[in-house]
Design a protein around this ligand. Structure first.
Ligand SMILES: [Zn+2]
Length: 460
């Protein structure tokens, strides 16, 4: 153990809130030079690794197998030698060492909250938060919500599922720490969408949190009730859980529909504070708040670091969490990054186009890599493609067939729309798609992550 561990993690004044006119919550941290930030990140990585090595057999055994000790990490280049971990590793470790795995770094009585994954892809993974983690998470979310314009005078409507899903709770924690008014409404209960519209009309919240697909569904339901979504009083909508808010055409559709600034945020539940990726009020793509969660971008084929300007899968490390810190967790997402300056003055790098998709969501159709988010981007360029859509891939006579089905309220011009959407998709994807126009309301709606892709090739 070294003296460094005692100074880790950073401690913040839990009562501090800037003046409402301040652009930054923490000017020094947000505007420091990249070199200064790298030094700060390295110091926190060293503190974190000493902490985890002493307490978590999960990490100690992996690092020992790689011939590493925390003291060996003297630069961010050295850190690239630390083995990466995956969600599957976490699941397997929790099965072997229930219930929290051998990467739990506090005593069980110190755990104040349990969240977790939905378990749709196997055994659910439990997330433990300690009291000081909760304070750190709240602090980070408040600081980041400040950067996209939330102030203590706002009322934040949390329109997402309030159960295991950490997104809702992080938004709530940040709202409370920032001193704004929280309205934890939730989602997912039958009839709740209409109730949400009623409550929003009545209470006029200024900020909304949820998923982009749910926001569009709310707008549809509001219009069905004769209510203009712009009359709900919102000025900011921030989103996570889906890539939509980072897709320019979907962002423009949400901004136009509600008369708001649409803010893209979010990484993973394991990485809470998940808002460590978030757009600022300038909306030029998500900033990477590297002093809260350190992100590297790795080439998914070579596992080498990708320089700015390139694309790869983000790999994340908690710098301020003690309970179950993630150290080089592979996200499986795909993004491109840049260090080009942002007008807000923050010196964090950015994902200018958000998260483009998942490495494993990527469909290979006739040899071309196709991301569902790219299809959504094309569809949203057409005013008549304002409803749900679905992507179906099949194999017919040994050839991949891509079918894109979308709802349209504009039946009269469907022949023309089909031709134009088809041509636009061919240009964007390099693959021909069959287009099918469906009646409004005929495709599956979801409250959480959209399930819009059906790959039926393996069943054939
Ligand atoms: Zn910015």
């Amino acid at each position: 153990m070294t003296g460094r561990t005692a100074a880790w993690p950073p401690v913040y004044d839990r009562a501090y809130v800037p003046e409402a006119g301040e652009r930054y919550w923490n000017r020094a941290r947000e505007t420091m030079s990249p070199d200064e930030r790298d030094a700060l990140v390295l110091e926190n990585i060293q503190g974190l690794m000493h902490w985890a090595y002493a307490r978590a057999p999960f990490y100690r055994s992996r690092w020992q197998a790689a011939g590493l000790e925390p003291g060996d990490i003297r630069s961010l280049d050295d850190f690239a030698r630390v083995p990466t971990i995956t969600k599957a590793d976490l699941r397997a470790d929790q099965a072997a060492y229930p219930p929290f795995g051998s990467y739990l770094c506090v005593e069980p009585p110190d755990i104040v909250r349990v969240h977790g994954t939905s378990g749709t892809s196997g055994r659910p993974t439990a997330f433990a938060w300690s009291a000081d983690d909760y304070a750190t998470i709240s602090e980070a979310h408040a600081r980041i919500m400040w950067s996209f314009g939330v102030r203590p005078s706002d009322t934040v409507f949390v329109g997402s599922i309030l159960s295991l899903y950490v997104g809702s709770w992080g938004a709530l924690a940040g709202t409370e720490r920032l001193g704004a008014t929280a309205f934890p409404f939730g989602a997912g209960v039958p009839g709740q969408t209409l109730q949400a519209i009623g409550w929003m009309s009545q209470m006029q919240p200024t900020v909304f949190y949820g998923t982009p697909s749910y926001a569009l569904r709310l707008a549809e339901a509001a219009r069905g009730e004769g209510i203009d979504p712009r009359s709900l009083g919102l000025r900011i909508m921030f989103f996570s859980g889906e890539p939509g808010a980072g897709i320019p055409t979907t962002k423009a559709l949400i901004e136009e529909t509600f008369g708001v600034a649409c803010i893209d945020c979010g990484s993973m539940g394991e990485m809470t504070p998940w808002m460590h990726l978030a757009e600022c009020a300038e909306r030029t793509g998500m900033h990477l708040w590297q002093d809260i969660v350190y992100a590297e971008l790795l080439d998914p084929k070579t596992w080498q670091r990708v320089p700015y300007g390139g694309g790869g899968t983000p790999v994340y490390t908690h710098l301020e969490r003690r309970c179950q810190p993630m150290i080089r967790l592979v996200s499986g997402d795909y993004a491109e990054w840049t260090d080009a300056p942002c007008a807000c003055g923050r010196t964090y790098p950015r994902f200018p186009r958000g998260i483009a998709g998942r490495i494993d969501d990527m469909l290979t159709v006739r040899g071309e890599n196709v991301y569902p988010s790219a299809i959504e981007e094309v569809l949203r360029e057409f005013p008549s493609c304002d409803g749900e859509f679905e992507i179906v891939v099949t194999r017919e006579r040994h050839m991949d067939e891509l079918r894109v089905r979308f709802e349209s309220t504009h039946e009269n011009d469907s022949t023309d729309t089909i031709a134009r959407v088809g041509a636009a998709l061919k240009r964007k994807l390099g693959v021909r798609a069959q287009i099918e126009v469906c009646p409004p309301g005929s495709l599956l709606r979801t409250d959480l992550k959209s399930r819009r892709v059906r790959d039926e090739r393996s069943k054939q």
